[in-house]
Design a protein around this ligand. Structure first.
Ligand code: ZN
Length: 181
């Protein structure tokens, strides 16, 4: 297994829509293992494939480091699609490994129902109205090229500009490997 450099703000692949996975082969299993190792090394709770430079429609989530979610199972979601998103919206603070040291309050639907393929190519349905729902929506956004600054209003976005510039210039002390400028 290997720890891969994480793509950051400014890397083109983060703005592209990912491609559907046709087959879960050995190459994809290796990618998933590398993603888990990369995410753990960076103390993340979710990671999308394009955050390690792959254009595949897949992300992983592992909330076991979060107090109330210690007993949950890590998830691999391949070709995910929302089946339901609630009208009720909630604000919550989000961070992102591709936006090092940045946080912002993001408004999102409270409840989600999502279908996806697991690593055994079995179709699964997952529903949540808690932190899981939040993380899954954040990771799904990566698969369609969206990031936190796209999900806040103009006033909030302005506040993020100087930090985004620092990321572009690699002008930050980051504790995990990221892509070169
Ligand atoms: Zn992210």
């Amino acid at each position: 297994m290997s720890i891969l450099p994480i793509t950051v703000w400014g890397d083109k692949i983060l703005r592209e829509t990912t491609k559907k996975v046709d087959k879960v082969d050995d190459k994809l299993i290796t990618l998933i293992r590398d993603m888990f190792e990369t995410m753990e090394n960076a103390n993340g709770v979710g990671l999308a494939a394009n955050q390690v430079g792959s254009d595949k429609s897949l992300f992983i989530v592992d909330l076991r480091m979060v107090e109330d979610f210690k007993d949950t199972k890590p998830l691999v979601m391949i070709n995910p699609e929302f089946v339901e998103l609630s009208d009720e919206q909630v604000f919550y603070e989000e961070g992102c490994l591709s936006l090092p040291l940045l946080t912002a309050d993001v408004e999102r639907p409270e409840y989600i129902r999502i279908k996806y393929l697991d690593a055994n190519e079995q179709e699964q349905i997952f529903e949540s109205d808690d932190f899981f729902a939040r993380v899954i929506q954040h990771e799904y956004d990566h698969l369609i090229g969206k990031m936190i600054p796209d999900r806040v209003d103009d006033k909030e976005k302005k506040k993020l500009q100087s930090h985004l510039k620092k990321i572009l210039n690699r002008d930050l002390n980051i504790s995990y490997p990221i892509t070169d400028k």
